[in-house]
Design a protein around this ligand. Structure first.
Ligand code: ATP
Ligand code: MG
Length: 351
């Protein structure tokens, strides 16, 4: 029986998911632990021994059962990675290596010696038989190396490092979903939001903005002069939905959420000008802990009129196969574990 562990280390927390089985896969357990501030800043490990201790601590907090495997797939945050879809001529595998390096040089903001580079062909260019798309990922060694030190320090066997956006897509969309067009995934975390455009079986655009649910908490605490802990609780229970006696909460949150979504819309507009015209956004799928904000879909409807907004439905298929036919994780909790789940599912064959 294969065990695979996904480890998602973000600025604010560590999340772990373990799945078993390659063909018939079930979620075995999840673990979560908050991280003290500044151990990781914008996805970069600042203090290796402290993060090792935090990761060991997270491994002790698993539910419903303890972790049993040791093979892990870990993620590299979108904020620290560079992903581009490039168009290059169709050629042999060997020639492609050089061609990709050459093409990438013009796009990435840092020296090629200081980055790890990975790429994969993702299909033909519509209407141009001799051209193909390749997805290229680059990450600075200064980001990857301390992360590997942390994972080694805990005694884990690292099977792969993966870009966070790849894991999110795997968690939410069926593998090789070639007939899925125009899906915008908006992954709303605590401090950052990932934006992924998926079209015709591949990611066509990814970006991230440094806003998230913690900004909503801060705005609410500031407007109502309440403690952040109280604001976080009101945010989770009331959200932007007006409730008698608590209208001020809903107003303040609606305003802050609206501002956050306007920043996201700006990125989406830039994306639309970058991509060819026929790749319109047809639907928005939300993930991340902040997707649980009560009423968030209404604010999306205001900012992105005419684009349907939904929570993911696909992962429920995997999660529904838990022990005794019960879902081991609610859809709300799954939202927090979107990256960890996707990482753990890397080797699964049937999705
Ligand atoms: N019910 C809820 N309603 C609104 N927000 C919520 C709810 N539950 C959790 N959140 C918010 O979700 C955020 C945490 O989400 P998530 O677990 O995806 O973040 P993270 O991965 O730790 O952060 P990041 O990816 O930004 O580094 C926090 O801002 C938290 O306040
Ligand atoms: Mg996250």
């Amino acid at each position: 029986m294969t065990h695979m562990i996904g480890v998602d280390i973000s600025d604010k927390s560590i999340k772990i998911a373990e799945v078993i089985g390659r063909k018939k896969t079930t979620l075995r357990t999840v673990c979560w632990s908050p991280l003290a501030p500044n151990l990781i800043r914008r996805g970069v490990v600042q203090d290796v021994p402290a993060v090792i201790a935090a990761l060991q601590d997270a491994f002790k907090k698993c539910s419903p059962v303890a972790i049993s495997g040791e093979s892990v797939v870990a993620s590299i945050p979108e904020t620290q990675s560079f992903v581009r879809i490039l168009e290059i001529p169709v050629m042999s595998q060997k020639e492609m290596d050089e061609a990709v390096k050459w093409a990438v040089r013009r796009h990435i903001p840092f020296d090629l010696d200081r980055v790890y580079l990975d790429w994969q062909p993702v299909g033909a260019v519509r209407g141009k038989r001799k051209q193909q798309y390749v997805i290229v990922g680059a990450v600075q060694k200064g980001v990857v190396d301390p992360l590997l030190q942390v994972l080694d320090g805990v005694g884990l066997r690292v099977i792969a490092l993966e870009l966070e956006v790849q894991a999110i897509v795997r968690s939410i969309l069926p593998l090789g979903a070639v007939d899925v067009h125009g899906i915008l995934i908006v992954d709303l975390g605590a401090t950052s939001t990932n934006i992924i455009f998926f079209d015709g079986g591949a990611m066509k655009f990814t970006s991230s903005v440094q806003v998230g649910g913690d900004d909503l908490t801060r705005a609410l605490a500031h407007t109502l002069h309440i403690k952040p802990s109280v604001a976080a609780e009101k945010k989770a229970t009331i959200g932007v939905l007006e409730r008698e006696g608590e209208e001020d909460v809903a107003y303040a949150l609606r305003d802050a959420t609206n501002k956050m979504l306007l920043q996201i819309r700006k990125v989406v507009r830039e994306m639309t000008t970058q991509l060819q015209g026929d790749q319109a956004v047809r639907a928005i799928v939300l993930s991340g802990g902040s997707a649980n904000l009560p009423g968030i879909q209404d604010v999306f409807a205001d900012v992105f009129p005419d684009i349907p907004v939904q929570m993911p439905t696909h992962w429920v298929i995997i999660l529904a196969e838990g022990k005794d036919g019960k879902m081991p994780l609610s859809a709300q909790d799954a939202s927090h574990f979107v990256t960890a789940l996707g990482l753990a599912l890397r080797d699964v064959e049937y999705i």
